[in-house]
Design a protein around this ligand. Structure first.
Ligand SMILES: C[S@@+](CC[C@H](N)C(=O)[O-])C[C@H]1O[C@@H](n2cnc3c(N)ncnc32)[C@H](O)[C@@H]1O
Length: 176
């Protein structure tokens, strides 16, 4: 448990921070760790923090893998990854952030029964996430869920405009 907070939530690649602000408002007792490298997006989230006087968001402005490497214990109860960069061309698939190695690294920093919410608007990334999470079926149970009730992010708006469907997964961390 992170001292002073009811739970810790991580958002990876928050973009302009629409979902981060939603999480901060919905969970005022929780610590929200928000990771992004895109400067203009960080500026948007800072503006939202100032506007709403959020006290519970901490921004990590570097590659999330650097943060994960430095954590030696379970910290997070919930993790959100919305529209990870798709790398749609087959020859670029190895650049995709969400693969079994990355999910395994997330598992190390999660409490048992913690959840990873992953949404993608690319059909072949959804298939890839499904396959990669099945490789870890001793560590996670995986369900396909609806994203109803969640805010629509900038990249999701673009996907909807361009006629792509949003596919969402909820991975639940099994006991270690
Ligand atoms: C396609 S955008 C989606 C942004 C936002 N979640 C949305 O739905 O609008 C993916 C974001 O992930 C960020 N990103 C990619 N790799 C990252 C990493 N290793 N650590 C932190 N952020 C990363 C990128 O900078 C980019 O803003």
């Amino acid at each position: 448990m992170v001292s002073g907070y009811s739970k810790a939530i991580l958002e990876i690649g928050f973009g302009n921070g629409e979902n981060t602000s939603y999480l901060a408002e919905k969970n005022p007792e929780a610590l929200i760790v928000a990771s992004e490298v895109y400067r203009s997006g960080i500026g948007s989230l800072l503006a939202s923090i100032a506007k709403h006087s959020f006290q519970n968001i901490k921004i990590f402005d570097d590659d999330i893998r650097e943060l994960l490497l430095g954590l030696a214990q379970p910290i997070f109860h919930e993790i959100y990854i919305i529209c990870p960069d798709p790398w749609p061309k087959a020859r670029h698939h190895k650049r995709r952030l969400v693969d079994s190695n990355f999910l395994n690294a997330l598992h190390q920093v999660m409490h048992p029964n913690g959840t990873i919410y992953i949404s993608t608007d690319w059909e072949n990334y959804a298939e890839f996430i499904d396959e990669e999470s099945q490789k870890l079926n001793a560590k996670f149970s995986t369900a396909k869920i609806s994203n109803e009730g969640m805010p629509i992010t900038r990249f999701q708006h673009r996907a909807i405009r361009e006629g792509r469907n949003i596919k969402t997964f909820l991975l639940t961390s099994l006991k270690k």
